[in-house]
Each structure stands twice: as C-alpha cells, then as structure tokens.
Design a protein around this ligand. Structure first.
Ligand code: GCW
Length: 683
C-alpha cells in the first residue's frame, strides 16, 4: 500500500542523503541466499523490496556466494564465509543470535537459526533507514529475553477488548478474515522488532471463540499460523478453561477428573495435527468471571498442570495469567486489598507447576495504571517460570487519543531492583531468566493495533509504543530516547527538526499524562467501564475490587503498611519493604499508593500534597498546550494525512486534560477546603 499511514515504521523511504545513497547503491547490488525455509524467504523478500524502494535499484540474485555483494543464510549454510572468530562468537549466543558484518565490500548476514537471519536482515535495513555507514560493520546481537510475545484481545465479532484502533485484523462479523494481507503485514512489523510469539484471541474467551480449538476453526487458524511462522513467530491461543463443558457438554471441567484430562489430551493432539509447531495456550482462569479450577476446589497449579501434561509430548506451553483477584469485593470491606491478590494466590504454589508452565504477571499489582508499584510477585517464585505482562494498548493511559509514550515507564519497571536475591536482582534480569534460571521466561504485552483505523494504532504516534516494546524487550539496555529516535527517523524520515521536536514530545508525554490525571500513584479515578476521562469516585464505591483512593476531608491514599494498613508492603523483599512501608522514606510518586496522608503532608519535593495536586494539574494542562504548539511547528515537515491525524488527537487530549484538571482540583478543593496558593481557577 502506497500511503505512508499504512506502513508504520517500515516506510523504506528513498535515501535522500546522496553520499549515503551512492554508497549503498554501490554496495548492495547482488544477493546470494542460502536455504529456503519460510523465514529465509521472508528475509529475502523484505531485503529485495526494501532496497528497491530505498535505492531505486533491483538487486540481482547470484548463484554463488563469491560473487554476491550480500550473502544471507544460517550458520550451517554459510560458515565457509566466516572467520573462526565469527563462528566462535555466534556459538556463544542463543538460537536467535545473529551477525551482520562487512568484509571487503561484502555484507554477510548469518545467525544461529533461520529466524535469526531475518532479524539480521532487519538490522541492516534499520541501519540503512537511519543512514548509517555499512563499511566495517560488525554487529553481533542476541535477544535478552526468550519469550517476546504479544497478546491480541480480539474477538470473533471483530471487536477488540480495550482496542483503540478500529476493528480486529483477524476477525470480522463472526468469522476469521478471508483476506489475510493485513495479518501478513502485521507479522512483518512484529518480526522487524523481534517479536517471536503471539496469541491471537482475547483472554476472555467467549462462547463461540471456545470452538477455536475444534475443527470448525483449526483449518483457518492453521493458515494464520503459517503466516506468522514465516516471520519467526509462534502462534498461541487463549482458551476457555471450561471447554470440555462448553464444547462437548461434559458435566465438569475439574482438572483432576480423568475424563477431563483425557479430553484435553485428545484436544491437544488434534491441534498439533493441524499446527505441528503450535505454541500453546494462554489461560485467564478464575478471573473476572472466567471459569477456573476454584469451582472444583482445586488450585491454579492443578489447573495449569493438567494442560501442561497434555502438552508435554509436543513441547507446548501453558501461559497461565496471575490476574486473579476478587472483583466482587464490597467497598465496605476494608480488609481485602486487590493489590495483594496475585501474590497471595500464587506465591504459596511456588514449585508446584510443571516445567512447561509459565506464569504471566501484570507489571503492577493493580492494573496497568499510569503509575503503580512493581508487582512483588515477579521474582518471588524461584521455582516457577515467570514472565511479565505489559500493556501496549493504552487502556488507562489515554487510549491512543492522548499521547503517552510508555517506554520510560517500562524501562523503570525493568530496572526496578527487587533485592530478592540481593542487589542487582532487577525485574529485567528476573524475566530474562538469569536470576532463578527459569526454563522459560520473558515478556508479553497486550497489543495496540486494529484494522479499520488504517494507520494501525488510532493515533499514529502510538506506533512508537509497539515499535519500542519490541526493541526494548529484545535489548532492555536501549534507552527510551534511542528507541524514540530510531522510530521517528524510520517513520517520518531523517529530519533534524522532526527528531528533536517529536523526540521531546514523546519522552515527556508519560509525565504529562500523569500530571493531569490521578496523582501520586493513587491510580484509577477513571470513568468506570470505559476507563477514559475522570470520574474520581467512579470506582470508589463499586464492586470492582475495593481499594482505590479513600479521600476524605482530611487526607487521601491507601494505607498498605503492615502496622495499620493492608500489609501489602510486606510482599516486597527488604529494603523495598521498609522503603515503601515507612511514610518518610516512600518515594513521592508512589506515596498515595502506599499511604493515607493528610492534605497538608509535605512531600520530599517540599510541597504539600494538596498544593502538589493543584500544581501538577495546572502544569499538565499547559504541557498539553505546549505539545500542540510543538506538533504544529512540524506542519511542513510531515505529510498532511499523518499530521492531521495527530493534530486531531492532540485537540481531544486537550479537552481531556482540561476535564481532568478541573475535576481533580475541584474535587480535592471541596474535600479539603484548602485553597490554591496561587489562586488559580478552581470551581
Ligand atoms: O484491565 C482489565 C481490563 C479487561 C481485561 C482484564 C485482563 C481482558 O479492563 O478488559 O480483560 O484487565 O487483563 O484480563
């Protein structure tokens, strides 16, 4: 498709810098491809197409390695071109490790698997889009994380749960889409940033989607698996734990029941008949009305292990979600704390799960808020595989209307030191499997794409989150800034002003969003159900899990201390436990997540809570006005279509920020009776 809006970051724009272009044109003329695996074919296609659009020249195929200027192939195929040193370095890397080297004018791309070669090709293409020199290139790369996954929350009727970019690219009106071009494009984008696993249906598995694991849908799901396989991406499905009942009318789904176990054994065998390299299941059980083992007085290990056993002969995995909490908690109940739930449910089960089970844990103990503590469950189960779950979809962070570049947030989470095995036990190391030597581990995230929003992500700038997610989980050492710059140049071309201005917009956007929404880690305060826009008491007296802000005339925040509160702080290892438990030590930005304090309490930044609330909310709104100015200054440097798309979203963001500012300020002014020191308009 020609329009820029369709192509996300794989724009492959003509290289404008003439020296650079000449250099590339001279170097990249002939190609020798070793091997014909689907991923190698994808690599060849991507390389040829990209070079054509960037350089305006067709690369010709050579039948021998010696006369080609680019050679691609896995290590088995082309080791004769590599030095002993290269071979040794590849041998030290994992299966997805690759090299891209330049030697006497020849570019060699190789790796420890076919998928690795595709990653290497994308590395080269990225370098070219960034107009970097290829002479003496010597890149050796491998991903830090084993699982680099995306979860689609797509439903068969074409809707996407928490989708802010139009309808599903997988399903339409109760059917799997016939034209799968967009799925293939999606696979290309994902492979270009190193994603290697995907689940293609909502974790809330409704009636009809329960049949995805039957012959009614498997032939077409196989086609989708084939598409993803060609880009190194393994396919997973979300399942309904009560499938034996829903699909076959059995009277129970008890995981310890022999006929239930046999049912799953047969079912899984059937799936592998269609998809021999099927990844496995993702399971949301006993969570928000989904069925699960609790119905039969069994625990989550019983539930997960039943499936895991059936997967064993095929190498399949069970990804079991830990988002389990009492969503029917009465708001009058002050003893139950939703934040505690995942840890309380799962920690006692450490070591009980089969080795092909991986627990998937949301990054925070609540639910993807703009700011919350890091989930204390991550790393707390040394004998159970774990992966962390992020949300690329901006459910609580502006819904792809408001700009919120999430990389700084994810970086902060990954760098968080749990001290579970002493200093340096960061989340990044835990999920990479280097601390507890998990068999399987990594990172998953809820995707943010859709189909009938032709730019894929609603707000064009939300593409930076998807791009950045992939790049960051491949290499958590990349900075949020580096990633932003890579994305900007590939998406909008190599223009200094765009890079500077947009870079600044992206990097400040998380803080800006936090400034005008719920303050100091308290979270929520959103419109119930839709989760966009302010409603300060929206959840306060609802049945969705109780513990939110507890604002009264004297103060605000949730007491989660061990002495007087819910004791959630005790789930952290020391010294974090003490850091959060002690109000005088607790970092400002999380103060109201851990403590209930008076409005006149002074923060470490020397402001009172109430004044901080007023100041950040006035500031946040002004910062949005500034974002608008910054974007407008790029009008002549960005194509009209994408320019207008963002401009339009920023206008909506301004309305949203205004509403948040005024509702939050007014609410706390009315509760506290304390006036703003600067006497600004509060209603
Ligand atoms: O954040 C909540 C969302 C639900 C979602 C659930 C989950 C898929 O509001 O829409 O359901 O989390 O993660 O399971």
């Amino acid at each position: 498709m020609s329009s820029k809006k369709y192509n996300m970051w794989l724009q492959y724009q003509p290289i404008l810098n003439t020296t650079c272009k000449k250099h590339y044109q001279k170097m990249l003329t002939t190609l020798y491809v070793n091997g014909n695996a689907p991923t190698i074919q994808s690599a060849e296609q991507e390389l040829t197409d990209a070079i054509f659009t960037m350089l305006g020249q067709r690369i010709t195929s050579k039948s021998d390695m010696d006369h080609a200027t680019i050679v691609i192939g896995n290590i088995e195929e082309i080791s004769s071109l590599l030095s002993n040193d290269h071979i040794a370095r590849l041998a030290e890397m994992n299966e997805e490790g690759y090299l891209v080297i330049e030697n006497q004018g020849k570019i060699i791309i190789s790796g420890n698997s076919d998928a690795a070669v595709l990653y290497g090709v994308h590395h080269l293409l990225r370098n070219m889009q960034l107009e970097q020199d290829l002479i003496s290139l010597a890149v050796f790369e491998q991903p830090k994380n084993q699982f680099r996954m995306l979860n689609q929350w797509d439903n068969l009727n074409g809707s996407v749960e928490r989708g802010y970019s139009g309808k599903s690219i997988f399903y339409q009106n109760g059917k799997i889409v016939k034209d799968k071009t967009r799925i293939k494009d999606y696979a290309r984008y994902l492979s270009s940033v190193g994603i290697n696993a995907i689940s293609i249906n909502n974790v809330n598995v409704w009636e009809e989607e329960s049949y995805f694991i039957t012959k009614k849908y498997l032939p077409e799901i196989r086609e989708i698996a084939d598409i993803f396989r060609a880009y190194g991406i393994t396919l997973y499905l979300s399942i309904n734990f009560a499938s034996p009942m829903t699909i076959d009318g059995m009277s129970t789904a008890d995981p310890l029941n022999q006929s239930v176990q046999n049912w799953w054994k047969d079912k899984i065998a059937e799936i592998y008949h269609y998809i021999p390299d099927f990844g496995g299941f993702i399971v949301k059980a006993d969570s928000e009305n989904r069925p699960g083992p609790f119905t039969y007085n069994r625990d989550h290990a019983d539930g997960a292990n039943m499936l895991a056993k059936a997967f064993e002969p095929y190498g399949g995995k069970v990804i079991w979600r830990c988002f389990v909490y009492n969503h029917l908690q009465d708001w009058r109940d002050r003893t139950t704390d939703r934040a505690r739930a995942a840890y309380d449910h799962f920690k006692p089960l450490d070591g009980k799960f089969h080795e092909n089970v991986i627990l998937q844990i949301k990054n925070g103990p609540m639910d993807f808020q703009v700011r919350e503590g890091v989930s204390p469950l991550i790393g707390a189960m040394p004998n159970t595989n774990q992966m962390i779950e992020f949300q690329v979809a901006q459910e609580y962070t502006g819904q792809q209307i408001d700009l919120c570049y999430l990389l700084p947030q994810w970086k902060q989470i990954l760098q968080f030191d749990t001290y579970i095995k002493g200093a340096g036990t960061t989340i990044a190391e835990i999920v990479a499997g280097t601390i507890h030597t998990y068999k399987y581990s990594g990172i998953a995230a809820v995707s943010n794409i859709g189909g009938d929003d032709e730019n894929w992500t609603g707000n064009t700038l939300a593409q930076a989150n998807l791009y950045g997610y992939g790049r960051l989980i491949w290499n958590p050492d990349l900075s949020a800034e580096e990633i932003a710059q890579e994305w900007i140049v590939q998406t909008f071309g190599n223009k200094k002003e765009v890079s500077n201005t947009l870079g600044e917009m992206l990097l400040n956007s998380w803080e800006i969003y936090e400034n005008y929404t719920a303050p100091l880690g308290v979270g929520w305060m959103v419109t119930p159900g839709v989760h966009y826009g302010p409603n300060i008491d929206g959840y306060e007296y609802s049945k969705w899990g109780g513990t939110y802000h507890f604002a009264d005339r004297d103060g605000v925040g949730v007491d989660r201390t061990k002495e007087t509160g819910t004791g959630f702080t005790t789930q952290y290892a020391e010294p974090n436990q003490n850091l959060y438990n002690d109000v005088s030590k607790c970092p400002d930005e999380l103060l109201l997540f851990f403590h209930h304090v008076p409005y006149k309490y002074t923060l470490k930044n020397s402001k009172t809570i109430i004044q901080h609330i007023y100041d950040t909310h006035f500031k946040g709104f002004e910062q949005v006005e500034d974002l608008i100015k910054k974007w407008d200054s790029l009008a002549d440097l960005i194509d009209e279509e994408r320019f207008k798309n963002v401009q339009n979203r920023l206008k909506q963001q301004k309305n949203n920020a205004r509403e948040w500012r005024d509702q939050i300020n007014t609410y706390f002014y009315r509760k506290s009776g304390v006036a703003d020191k600067q006497n600004r308009a509060i209603y």
